[in-house]
Design a protein around this ligand. Structure first.
Ligand SMILES: Nc1ncnc2c1ncn2[C@@H]1O[C@H](COP(=O)(O)OP(=O)(O)O)[C@@H](O)[C@H]1O
Ligand SMILES: [Mg+2]
Length: 227
């Protein structure tokens, strides 16, 4: 589904050109659960922002479902992103003055769905993340783990081709992290969701199917996890 070929990324900082991603070649198939690990500053977020069509400033080839994304307009890029990617972040990024149901339904509202259809989809997706009965609450009334479940529901509501999670357990305690990881495993196994997750936590990463280590902008290792 995702294929990167000799991808390079540079940031210009003053007079200096910083080489952030170096010759990244990578293939991720439908249904995989991949963990990306590496020290802070190694380029993990830069890489997944490119994979998630948030950033089109790079060299090399990116084939998505066998089609090159190179040279697309920013409008087409946004379309690609909205139709295919569900994002989950470390700090949840829920909108404080919207209820759970409103937060989860927001992507569909933007996409022009009718409120009646949105309501049904929201109920279904809240059920799939085991969050029934809190639809009318505000984010501030929820625990961190519940807030992350809401964010995962919001990421899933547009039926994306893949989920991208950047340190999704980074703000959670060990027990709650494990619960969120179990939810990802469940989504991967039951709904065949493709999940690409950045994590610092080896304990978390080792429960995925495949671990990719990034060091200083390069893929240091890429191996399937033996269970
Ligand atoms: N917008 C930016 N401008 C300049 N340098 C950046 C920018 N974003 C990230 N970097 C640099 O790129 C490198 C990789 O960053 P990042 O992808 O965020 O790493 P990670 O997610 O692995 O911690 C770091 O050295 C960081 O300072
Ligand atoms: Mg990062």
């Amino acid at each position: 589904m995702i294929r990167l070929e000799r991808l390079n990324k540079y940031y210009q900082q003053g007079d200096e050109k910083i080489h952030v991603l170096k010759d990244i070649s990578l293939e991720i198939n439908q249904g995989e659960f991949v963990a990306i690990m590496g020290p802070s500053g190694s380029g993990k977020s830069t890489l997944i922002n490119i994979i998630g069509f948030l950033d089109n400033q790079f060299e090399g080839e990116y084939l998505f479902k066998r089609n090159s994304v190179i040279g697309k307009s920013s409008k087409d890029y946004a379309k690609l992103r909205n139709q295919n990617v569900g994002f989950v972040f470390q700090n949840f990024k829920l909108i404080a003055n919207l209820t759970v149901a409103e937060n989860v339904g927001l992507p569909l509202l933007y996409a022009g769905y009718r409120r009646k259809d949105i309501g049904e989809r929201v109920n279904n997706v809240l059920q799939s993340v085991h969050l029934k009965g809190i639809a009318k609450k505000l984010p501030s009334q929820l625990s961190g783990g519940q807030q992350q479940r809401v964010a995962i529901a919001r990421a899933l509501i547009s039926k994306p081709s893949f989920l991208l999670a950047d340190e999704p357990t980074g703000a959670l305690d060990r027990h709650t992290s494990q619960e969120i990881l179990k939810l990802f495993l469940d989504l991967n196994q039951k709904l065949r969701s493709t999940i690409i997750m950045v994590t610092h936590d080896y304990q978390v990463a080792s429960q995925s199917q495949r671990m990719i280590q990034i060091m200083d902008g390069r893929i240091e290792s890429d191996r399937s996890v033996s269970k």
